[in-house]
Ligand binder design. Sequence first.
Ligand code: GLC
Length: 449
Amino acid sequence: MTDNQAADKDLLDQAIKVLNDNQRGDHTVPADGYSHQWLWDSCFTAIGLRHMDIERAKIEILSLLRGQWANGMLPHMIFVDDDEHRRDRNMWRSRLNPYAPDHIATSGITQPPVLAEAIVQIGAKMAAPDRHTWYQTVLPALIAYHSWLYTERDPHGEGLALLVHPWETGLDNTPPWMNELAEHDFSIWIKLATKKPVQVIANFFRRDKRFIMPGQRLSIFEGLALFSVQRRLRRKNYAIDKILSHALFAIEDLSFNCILMRANQHLKDIAASVGRELPVELTKSMAKTEEAMELLWDAYGSKYYSRNFVTHKLIKIDSIATLMPLYSGVVSKERADQLVALLHNSKEFKTDYPVASVPIQSSWFKPHGYWQGPAWLNTNWMIIDGLQRYGFHEEAKTIVKQSLAMTKKSGIYEYFSPLDGSPAGARDFSWTAAMVVDLLQDKRFHSEK
Ligand code: GLC
């Protein structure tokens, strides 16, 4: 065994241990100290688990489906049902909405639709008859979820799903959203945030304050603003028509819609492979989404952006979403070339430990600033996958290599400085571990193309 192979083996063992230590019954928590189940965390986790234990990968996904609402929504959190966590459930009170499940408490918003990706990756590890059964088991829930994304979240039939809370992006404090938040009526929070009692409340809400270094999470202003938006949604019982009747804050998020486009392709493949027709309305909406990508293109800056649902203005602030059209698979090769150029530009996304979640020349950039600078392995995985599909094998290989290098050097952390690979956030983080397992074990990341 070469030194390199030994280091890979050691990393793989560490990652497997993290995924085993973070297992709580039928789901995997994001890290020790968390109790609940998160939607996209479990999807990424299942992508790693499929190499270790295919049954566990399936259960991870099926356990997410427990939380599905009667209207098809998949909530971003499913809560543990014990006395200790009553406060978390009460913060959401999602049962106010008639579609929420009776038997289980969930949040009232969603997260990026990575579900189809996880289903397909799990299927890829199965023999054909088992895959057929697996697809048939999960397809109705997947169709219901994608249909919900269009019926509830695309009220004007434009093909783009709108989001009503930054948590729905999975990129909590990402600059385009924080900028919009600051432009709304949240200045009051800035004033309040300097007052001591409010700081006490803000800290109270931070579930992970025990083990996160100061400066690596949301600012107090950002945290309070996010909770304030959540309270508004709760006051409307999470009913989208009521929320949108006073829509101050709804965004057609670029990253979310790119993930939706890739998920739609997977959904079509899954349905075709089991010989099932998708509902006509859904097929129409999915086609519209691919065309709608053009609505997010800024010809002047040659980049895609999120769009404010109410004003239709593009939010021209760069972030990791800038690169996500590569994952969508629907943009032309010429546009993909333009995006890949950003990965080679040291003012933009070129760093020693890519991919920064904000370009380094941005005034928002902070190497350890949560979704405002650090490199994350889940977004790296999606960008690698997209680069490979467009034929950018060298760029993909560099990100694979450096993703593994930073975890070898710093541990299985939640995120890393893109400048020096130093660790930040929670240690022994599940999706980092799962992405490591997949990057090491899936042959397509090591082919000699
Ligand atoms: C944070 C992240 C989000 C993740 C959650 C649980 O809110 O921003 O993406 O799903 O933590 O790990």
